[in-house]
Design a protein around this ligand. Structure first.
Ligand code: NAD
Length: 368
């Protein structure tokens, strides 16, 4: 059997810096755990624009469709701010998500004990937090038609349409239930069925999928506004939250800040299974290209490293190795090795990006 394939798109700004640390970790799993990957590299975002005049070349897109998983760093930067909308770096990322039809965006919010004091909430509210938000990513208000700014009765009217088909709701609900089976077995579905017809349909379909195929999972429903409140009041009540594109955009950012730093947040975007049974998949940190610290060796590589841990778990069914990598990151933090974003003001000398990566490797060595 050939090795599973990975396409690395490091991108712009701190993207290549944090991805260099992930490459060390990929090599470690090959050398020490017999997990070998066929790794290829290509350009995305501003880097692709500089080379090809587009933020994602057609050949790169075609290659992304063929590999087992794509690992992406970050895109964007001030150099590209004035480009036409159609060739902005972010369009490269949107093209990947759209053409790979990555409909389920997984955003874990996990609070490592060592970082509980970085949250804006009290330690006891967030310590040990481990929730997963599944956001529908390819439909809803950001894509629905009609959309645009139109003239009506002598004034302009801005229109976006919240639109969901049964099959779109069905597939993202299944993704959430499947995840819950690997976790604590609970799903909370969030919508606004009290004021939106799309929310009524969402609730009906999620319930029907549950009743037909996932009766072992505990399902609850919550209005999304209450969901936002509950996430801040008592986040540990949740295991998996499934919600639409718009509400998921907001709720996953709220949940993200429960855990402290952007430099710690991984994500996965999954699509339908390929012929080999693996889902189409893109793994990336939640943060952007951080132009303010790019090129200075200050970036925290943890979010990108934890994104690779998600790849091990969700693309390659290597849950135990994903646990090993997550535990290594947690140990490094507990040992007090911190990049600048994770330091209190009086916290001593911060670790550089590569020192943090090396510390994770040392913790992996110690795990053997
Ligand atoms: P950002 O996430 O790049 O940075 C926000 C702040 O967090 C900055 O102060 C940055 O230094 C810090 N930060 C982010 N990641 C960090 C890390 N790993 N370690 C330490 N500190 C970190 O968001 P922004 O400043 O709003 O955007 C910068 C550029 O990135 C823009 O061009 C934006 O469009 C782009 N962007 C890209 C993505 C993506 O590629 N998925 C996401 C968000 C923003």
């Amino acid at each position: 059997m050939s090795n599973p394939s990975l396409l690395i798109l490091a991108g712009d700004g701190i993207g290549p810096e944090v991805m260099a640390e992930v490459s060390k970790i990929i090599d470690w799993f090959g050398a020490n755990r017999g997990l070998n990957f066929d790794v290829s590299h290509d350009l995305v975002g501003g880097a692709a624009y500089d080379a090809h005049g587009v933020p994602l070349a057609d050949e790169t897109m075609a290659h992304a469709q063929e590999v087992d998983a794509v690992l992406l760093g970050a895109v964007g930067g001030p150099k590209y701010d004035d480009l036409d909308f159609s060739v902005k770096p972010e369009r490269g990322l949107l093209r990947l998500r759209k053409e790979m039809d990555l409909f389920a965006n997984l955003r874990p919010a996990q609070c490592f004990d060592a970082l509980a004091d970085f949250s804006s909430l009290k330690r006891e509210v967030v310590a040990g937090l481990d929730i997963m938000i599944v956001r529908e990513l390819t439909s809803g208000s950001y894509f629905g038609e009609p959309r645009g700014i139109f003239e009506e009765n002598g004034e302009r009217v801005g229109i976006n349409t919240q639109r969901y088909t049964e099959s779109e709701i069905d597939r993202v609900a299944r993704a959430a239930f499947d995840l819950a089976r690997k976790r604590a077995g609970r799903v909370c579905s969030m919508e606004k069925a009290n004021v939106m017809e799309s929310g009524i349909l969402w609730r009906e379909v999620v319930q029907a999928v549950h009743d037909a195929d996932y009766a072992d999972i505990e399902l609850s429903h919550m209005y999304a506004d209450n969901g936002g409140m509950q996430l801040v009041r008592n986040p540990k009540q949740f295991d998996v939250i499934v919600t639409d594109n718009l509400f998921g955009d907001l709720l996953s950012d709220v949940a993200a800040m429960l855990t402290g730093s952007l430099g710690m947040l991984p994500s996965a975007s999954l699509g339908a299974p390929m012929e080999n049974g693996r889902p189409k998949a893109l793994y990336e940190p939640v943060h952007g290209s951080a132009p303010d610290i790019a090129g200075q060796g200050k970036a925290n590589p943890s979010a990108c490293i934890l994104s690779f841990a998600m790849a091990l778990r969700y693309s390659f069914d290597e849950g135990a190795e994903a646990d090993r990598l997550e535990a290594a990151v947690e140990k490094v933090l507990a040992d007090g090795v911190r990049t600048a974003d994770l330091m209190q003001t009086d916290g001593g000398t911060p670790a550089s990006t590569s020192q943090m990566g090396d510390a994770v490797i040392a913790a992996l060595d110690a795990s053997l």
